[in-house]
Design a binder for this molecule. Sequence first.
Ligand code: SAH
Ligand code: TMP
Ligand code: ZN
Length: 405
Amino acid sequence: MVQCRICGGPVEEFIDFGRQPVSDSLVTPEAAGSEFFFRLAAGVCTECTMVQLIEEVPREKMFHEDYPYRSAGSVVMREHFEKYSNQLLGSELTGDAPFVVEIGSNDGTMLKTIGRAGVRHLGVDPSAQVAEFAKEQGVRVRTDFFQEASAREIAEADGPADVIFSANTVSHIAYIGSVFRGVDALLGPDGIFVIEDRYLGSIIAQNAFDQIYDEHFYLFSVTSVQAMARRYGFELADVQPLSVHGGSMRYTIARPGRRTVSAAVTEHVEHEREAGLARTETYHRFAEHARDSCRDLVRLLTELREQGRSVVGYGATAKSATVLNHCGIGPDLVPFICDNTPAKHGRLAPGAHIPVRPSEEFSRPYPDYALLLAWNHAEEIMAKEREFRAAGGKWILYVPDVHLV
Ligand code: SAH
Ligand code: TMP
Ligand code: ZN
């Protein structure tokens, strides 16, 4: 049995998606077939409850020069980060010469607001292209992996930090002990380490099985993050549910005894116990639902093809790699995927080899059906593309189950 990467306890495997390519490695047509594959399977630690992948993909295969994801692709996410930056500017960052570090600063969407307010900051991100983009926006970036060694250097040069912020990144880092040791070296005595991530409770409740992919090495819950914080000498002081990405959670972590622990922490731990997040049966049931969704989706797409209906994919998300590859959905069922990320255009979805085209092509002409692979941005996308439904088009969703909108 695999050992938990955090507490060393036994990890019980509950889902196996088989051979999967690196999810964000959209390939050029010439490079199709050269993708790096691994076994995508997840399990739950029966001691600390942390949900984690069974196999780790080497980090250089995921985060590099060519990493295409950009936070700014969603207006909702831009506004979300702007709002939290302003909140921090008015609360944690009002002292003398405050300093903020962001782990996984990507294209600078979060730090832009902080930099414009004249507050000292540093983004850390290993993916060179997105880091360059952030620098062009006036954001200070160290193109590097955040880990103990880099954090010590930052502490030496610029520290201590009042806030270390990280959205949708800490869960991507299998070697999380090194991150916490780095935070310990860099964070001031009263500083906070704030993590935002997809919330396991929402993933289970919505049967969002495609949130399992290479980059999401861990799926966090309040219970597992509390145990993790303790293990590395910190305390989970507050949690706040967020609506972004189909249900997320903001975890505020501090040094023990420095902040009052809010009632929300205990309430969520209790909720999670009631929701069965500590029981392995919950995960086995989730895996069964995932199999049902995949079967129903393939059945629907096959029927539509037989009826001569046109189908287009919407959003060449990393999570779509799990669905497309596991269900064996290729260009015969979904001829192309629309996406607003320039770096993805002209490429093929990894493994499935479905071409990715600019969003403008969605309406030339509208298809009969659109498979919403970016379902976590459903509200934003459906509002933007309202003409599609007005013209008689239908969205296909597979979360929480296969249905048409
Ligand atoms: N924070 C942004 C981006 C999330 S994508 C948002 O929420 O939209 C994840 C980012 O983490 C990528 O840009 C990737 O390059 C970066 N990343 C991966 N491992 C990292 C590490 N060890 N340290 C810092 N950044 C890392
Ligand atoms: P994410 O689910 O990892 O945030 O990825 C969302 C993907 O969907 C990303 O490739 C950008 C794309 N997208 C669009 O094409 N149009 C949109 O309106 C939004 C919000 C996202
Ligand atoms: Zn564990």
